[in-house]
Design a protein around this ligand. Structure first.
Ligand SMILES: O=C(O)CCC(=O)C(=O)O
Length: 461
């Protein structure tokens, strides 16, 4: 038996040993090495396709780590770790995390401090009252982003839109949202028995802050020197998109990933956030490429159906509750989920378009590069079926053809994947199968009606 101190020391030593073994390119995909993240979960990542650890070293490290009896099951979505919190004063540590490209929260971040200090609801209403905002309204609390633009043939009409959107003034949004909240709270007090004909829809609003003349003075008070320095230093590209997000208590943004870096600032109220690494790509069961809900998981993480999505069990969630002054870095390709814990919880995003890498990728590819490559493979694969206009038939046909070892499409994919995974032939077939299995073999209604996937009830096949 080890004492707590010994365990801690051993854990650190082990992590150090493990880190020294890996290629520098893989370092960004390690979870933060602090008390909240178990060594086992770090080691588990070495199991992924991009690992260079020798099987012997890996086994040895797992054995030592297991003997420490650390924080229980490292792989379970039921056992999330906390996202690392770093005080603003510790700039060295902030830079270390930026370099590793893992998420972290800066506490007391002054980036939008001026807004945090001065924005009351009344002040916000005065400032933005007449500004136009996009308001999303939904019967459920899930605001699943959708866009019917990419490949119109990948879903059947009618695609049931998860929410409707309209452009109204911010003042009108606030007054309508307050009215609806009164109805909802009266209903809750009456245990849901009130004779209301219809439940009001949930509301979530967005204001694009870029290029708003009435916002210029406020904008200039943000700490641009700091953010521009960091984005330049870590090659994130210019933070060119600021969005203000404000919604009712209880609304949720289903889990998805973006292809750009995000510094997410909490301004008012609290939000729960759950993140999953890019290495969990297959375990998150993303919608097919080109579907209106592209880049989003089909799993309702609040109530996952593990029969339909068994590998979700192995995802490695990190989570936290964000309050005013917290700034979360969401690296590109990290899966994220948000839930408003307060009415009118308000956040501001700083999205940076990622700069394209100047050098040719070297091998083994990182988990993030592999996700990007998988998406490219899927585009190439779908081009073979672009003549098909019936969504239902197309989804099923893609599934069948890609699994047929003699098909031309499968052979082409095999040739391409060989380039991505040199010397890793044992992984090629699995990667191709997982382009479609768990993603193109779902009940057809799920593709047309995302509310079935999001419903609080467990969806069944
Ligand atoms: O705050 C939210 O509800 C969603 C934010 C989000 O998805 C993002 O910033 O990428």
């Amino acid at each position: 038996m080890h004492t707590e101190d010994q365990k801690c020391e051993l854990k650190l030593l082990l992590e150090e040993a493990a880190i020294r073994q890996i290629d520098t390119k893989l370092k960004p995909f390690l979870l933060p090495t602090n008390d909240q993240v178990s060594t086992l979960s770090i080691l588990h990542q070495f199991n992924d396709q991009s690992t260079r650890l020798k099987p012997y070293t890996f086994k040895k490290l797992v054995k030592v780590a297991s003997s420490l009896d650390l924080e229980g099951d490292p792989n379970s979505y039921l056992n999330p770790r906390g996202i690392s919190r770093i005080p603003w004063s510790n700039q060295n540590k902030i830079e270390k995390y930026c370099r590793k490209a893992v998420p972290f929260i800066i506490e007391n971040c002054p980036l939008v401090k001026h807004s945090i200090d001065t924005w009351t609801m009344k002040n916000l209403e005065e400032k933005f009252g007449d500004t136009g905002c996009t308001v999303f309204e939904s019967d459920s609390k899930y605001f699943r982003y959708w866009k019917c633009e990419k490949d119109k043939t990948l879903y059947d009409t009618p695609f049931e839109q998860p929410y409707i959107s309209s452009d109204i003034t911010f003042k009108n949004f606030l007054s309508e949202a307050k009215k609806r909240l009164d109805i909802l709270s009266a209903k809750a007090e009456n245990n849901g028995n009130m004779q209301t004909k219809k439940m009001p829809k949930w509301m979530y609003a967005q204001i694009s802050l870029s290029g708003l003349p009435q916002f210029g003075t406020e904008f200039s008070k943000w700490d641009w020197t700091w953010i521009l320095h960091k984005t330049k230093k870590f090659g994130w590209g210019l933070p060119d998109t600021n969005l203000l997000l404000i919604g009712m208590k209880g609304v949720k943004t289903p889990v998805h990933f973006d292809e750009q870096e995000n510094l997410f600032c909490q301004v008012h109220g609290q939000k729960r956030v759950c993140l999953y690494p890019p290495a969990d790509y297959e375990r998150m069961y993303p919608y097919p490429y080109g579907h209106p809900c592209d880049r989003q998981s089909m799993v309702n993480i609040a109530n996952p159906n593990l029969e339909c999505f068994p590998n979700f069990r192995k995802t490695r969630c990190i989570t936290s509750i964000l309050g005013p002054g917290d700034t979360l870095h969401i690296p590109a390709y990290w899966w994220h989920y948000f839930e408003n814990l307060d009415n009118f919880a308000t956040s501001i995003t700083f999205w940076s378009k990622q700069r394209s890498p100047k050098e040719a990728p070297s091998f083994p590819l990182s988990c993030t590069q592999l996700v990007a490559a998988r998406r490219n493979l899927e585009t190439i694969m779908l081009k073979h079926f672009s003549h098909m206009t019936d969504g239902t038939k197309k989804i099923r046909h893609v599934l069948k053809v890609v699994q047929d070892k003699n098909s031309k499409v499968r052979k082409e994919l095999e040739n391409l994947v060989q380039l991505l995974l040199p010397k890793r032939t044992h992984l090629i077939q699995g990667l191709i199968n997982n382009l479609v299995i768990g993603r193109y073999d779902r009940p057809i209604e799920w593709y047309n009606k995302p509310s079935l996937v999001d419903s609080e009830k467990t969806v069944s096949t």
